[in-house]
Design a protein around this ligand. Sequence first.
Ligand code: BG6
Length: 823
Amino acid sequence: MLRFEPRTFARATTPDPGSMLNPYTEPLHPGLWKMLTVAMCVALVGCLQAQELRGHVSIVLLGATGDLAKKYLWQGLFQLYLDEVGKDHSFSFHGAALTAPEQGWKLMAKALESLSCPSDMAPSHCAELKDQFLRLSQYRQLKTAEDYRTLSKDIEAQVKQEDLREAGRIFYFSVPPFAYVDIARNINSSCRPGPGAWLRVVFEKPFGHDHLSAQQLATELGSFFQEEEMYRVDHYLGKQAVAQILPFRDQNRKALDGLWNRHHVERVEIIMKETVDAEGRISFYEEYGVIRDVLQNHLTEILMLVAMELPLNVSSSAAVLQHKLEAFRGLRGLNKGSAVVGQYQAYSAQARRELQKPEGFHSLTPTFAGVLVHVDSLRWEGVPFTLMSGKALDERVGYVRVLFKNQAFCIQHERHWAPEQSPCLPRQIIFHIGHGELSHPAILVSRNLFRPSLPAHSWAEVQERPGLRVLGRPLSDFYAYSPLRERDAYSILLSHIFHGRKESFITTENLLASWDFWTPLLDSLAHEVPRLYPGGADTGCLLDLELNGGHLSFSQQQPEQLVPGPGSAPKPSDFQVLRARYRESPLISAWPEELISRLASDIEASALQAVQHFGKFHLALSGGSSPIALFQQLAMGHYSFPWAHTHLWLVDERCVPLSDPDSNFQGLQAHLLQHIRLPYYNIHPMPVHLHQRLCAEEDQGAQTYAGEISALVANSSFDLVLLGMGTDGHTASLFPQSPTGLDGEQLVVLTQSPFRPHQRMSLSLPLINRAKKVAVLVMGRTKRDITMLVSRVGQEPRKWPISGVLPSSGQLVWYMDYEAFLG
Ligand code: BG6
């Protein structure tokens, strides 16, 4: 219950004239006194009826005169006050910044002047509440450690003076991240409330630039605050249509249970298009770009809400956060082929202007990105999730669209289709976040799906608007619902902070999981030349996307550059696959993409041939990073591969449990096995983990594997062995000077690696050389020196084990990308 004692109005705290200011606390006009007395009486009655007062809450807005505060936060705080006044708490609001009191107050007062009430509130009531809010709001300069101590003392004095109990303090950091640590230190050392009261600190993005910087920032903040005290804001989680995704899934469980999965969902699109460009904030944008600015946070959070398993109790913060984290674990790693990037044409010139760069400067920062995401779970396997956002596009709109498969084959003419039942019309659920033709948040469900249930007190059916189309369909095709009262995201989030509802915020684990997912893609795109687009409607179809197997691409070929720009670098497709010889064996060289697809096709051809002649195909695969793209290519692009007749063997293994991320088998599992249908008994992991210990000689794992090979592979001659080459000339897990495996009778050996984990199991050179075909895949600039060296040496396996690879009657083929071969 807000206290209506005159002194609360006249002065919420004992002001220190040096550091804080609020002219609204000056003596009151007699007319106002009258109004206040009435208000007091009403409030006192309320007070008597109300339950026990839960205490006083102080809200400190750091950066109170900044843009975000002016645009959203003060209005959000006012809304919080409107929602909570007359309930259980009393409030004081402290706007803070580095600016001196007089000047600071003036700037803050400007933001406060424009506060507004919901349209259904009577103007007189609004004026009254606004007046109260202004009286409870102070400006104070927070610069030194002493300022923070004084703030804390003032809060304590006010609470004591007004005979209140302190419930908690909220510190909202609306300041640049470089200021976080100092402020955090001050709050932790001198502004914590006493026992029994809570502290909540609220942060705005960016929360780091990549996984490492996010981790560092999280560690620093973690040294001042407990996890439960921290609220990291992603304002998209406060947008009404987004905040409704989980409740919608929950309230429509019955209808959605059978539908929300890979058998029924064709694809999911998560879209945020903007018409504004980055002008005026290039120094920020140049460092972040659209993926860090929007996809890593807003769109990923939405993706999680769609993809996560629904907890039994969606109002349990802990359960929601836990399920979200599990959904992160299911995200398949991204690679270059998962993304396309663009840049509006005027961007580089804006960057030159704002950053005072020289004439020839061209930025590579993407202002547009489309990314194809896959979720490896039984629910979502194979369903493409497309995330897309861009600046300077033709319209401003945000939505999530879940498009369902349509198996109908319709005979009748379209005019006979009835939206309510016709299976011929598209079936989709759209969470319309805002803007666009519809211009407000909404949830739309195709009428041929089901009539959704939404909370009747806050959502209502949208009135029909003839001629209005949403994503190409007339509004009348949908059951369409909108919030009864449109609310800004910040006001929703502030209310959640006040009520301690953590599910709408980004926990540290959640944040790091997200950066873990995005950082490798960002690294691989660091030098990618974005496609230039003119911006606005002139962009035409230039940015249209196409999903192709596991890849996303622009559907139109790269046009001539609009201006001579950074895009003139040669593209992989400008080069032919090069055929030559290396160490007297055939060499295939190309850009990585072509090389991998050529190798995958060659493996498939060998497989088909072997199955045709012998009924099975024995393939031994290496681990490490080079073959990952190959595994993905085989999984996503080779549907006629005879997997049912293929046996998979390991060339080598690290002595770690098979479930360990370092295990070669784990790489095979993640990038290949889980996407194909291979009979279980055709999978042959190396037995490195027996009797709960790793690669113990006594366990005879190497001998067991050799036995298995002899029993199943005719002549112990694999149809194909895929090898790599290390920078020291090692291959499989046969390292220079290895005492085992380079010659002799043994088929499988235990070896030592100079790299961690040191213990390994490996096929021996004699066994490898029995193979019908050996392919050696060598990729990347780091292999350049060894490639040169090995091209000149003879057969000296003790120094360079790879030089001992020479199949006795089979064929050896080298596959090298241009960077490894040409440098
Ligand atoms: C912000 C981004 O997080 O979201 C901006 O930094 C973007 O680049 C903005 O314009 C979009 O938010 P909204 O609420 O206007 O859709």
